[in-house]
Design a protein around this ligand. Structure first.
Ligand SMILES: [Zn+2]
Length: 307
């Protein structure tokens, strides 16, 4: 029986009714390097019954866009990840322009998945800021995609002829809002090892077989984070949103806002601590699930001759 094709709109080039590939949110190259054995499979940490053969995939991109991303994944693997894995230390390889672009493509996929597939932040007032963040990343990535694939850029020129005043104003406004969406000055990416963040060797070991990615915002509601982690690396892309008005009676919070950029590292450390705390809290629950229907034995059996 042939597999059913997924037909839909591509999230990057926006082509309609095209065949969508099963895209990895976090690239396959990363999952491949996280596997302990050739036949390793990935499981959801809190739901160990849920298996992903080679990482989590979603129908999201058309073939051409998938290829575009895969080119940067290969560059990242060659220029950064493999160099780091050869000699894992807190001295990271140089972050090239291509590595930085790769980080943005993964950040965009994580955020898009969070917003439009998981429907996260639905009743949250901050959702609109995440949507803005997603749009900014999308524009930036799309422009490079258009340039490299000989596609027309969506940044068309102002069309004046034959338009009435009202139409012109509307067009100028639209161009203005596009221009502000395209402003990337408030977005920056960070890459740390767990060691650089002050975590001990045991934490690195704990995270060694895990791959994760999601989005969150800080307590001051001025920084919007997309975070991912694998192989002892914590990668984050941050949208520093300038707020003209912030009402707070917390001095600590106010100080945090004033020194917003400097606190990125602190926010990331707090988030990793939060993940560890969550894992600890749910540990016995997960163990119980592993004991159900002989799941633990099945997993053990799968790998026993590999040790
Ligand atoms: Zn596409």
């Amino acid at each position: 029986m042939s597999k059913l094709k997924n037909i839909g709109d591509c999230a990057l080039c926006k082509n309609k009714n095209v065949e969508l590939m099963q895209s990895h949110i976090i690239p396959k190259a990363v999952y491949r390097r996280t596997k302990a054995y050739e036949n390793s499979r990935f499981r959801e940490f809190y739901e160990p019954k849920v298996i992903y053969q080679d990482g989590e995939k979603k129908p999201m991109l058309c073939h051409e866009c998938e290829e575009f991303f895969s080119k940067y994944e290969t560059k990242f693997s060659n220029l950064f990840l493999d160099k780091y894995l050869k000699n894992p230390s807190d001295e990271l390889p140089e972050v090239s322009d291509d590595t930085e672009f790769y980080i943005l493509t993964v950040a965009w996929r994580i955020l898009y998945d969070d917003l439009y597939i998981y429907d996260s932040f639905v009743n949250d007032i901050e959702r609109k800021n995440f949507e803005e963040f997603e749009q900014k990343l999308w524009w930036y990535i799309f422009e490079r995609y258009a340039k490299e694939n000989g596609r027309e850029s969506l940044c068309e020129k102002l069309e004046i002829s034959g338009k009435c005043f009202g139409e012109l104003i509307a067009e100028v406004e639209e161009q203005q809002s596009k221009k502000s969406l395209k402003n990337m000055s408030q977005i920056s990416s960070y890459i740390y090892t767990l060691g650089q963040l002050g975590f001990v060797e045991d934490v690195t070991k704990l995270f060694d077989s895990m791959v994760f990615g999601y989005s969150f915002y800080d307590a001051s509601h001025t920084k919007y984070y997309i975070i991912s982690g694998y192989k002892g690396l914590i990668i984050s892309t941050v949208y520093h949103k300038k707020r003209s008005l912030l009402i707070t009676d917390s001095l600590r919070l106010l100080r945090k806002v004033q020194n917003s950029k400097g606190n990125v590292k602190e926010d990331i450390i707090n988030e990793v601590n939060y993940i560890i705390k969550n894992m600890r809290q749910k540990y016995s629950e997960v163990q119980k699930k592993l004991n159900e229907n002989g799941l633990r034995d099945k997993i053990k059996k799968r790998y026993e001759d590999k040790i």
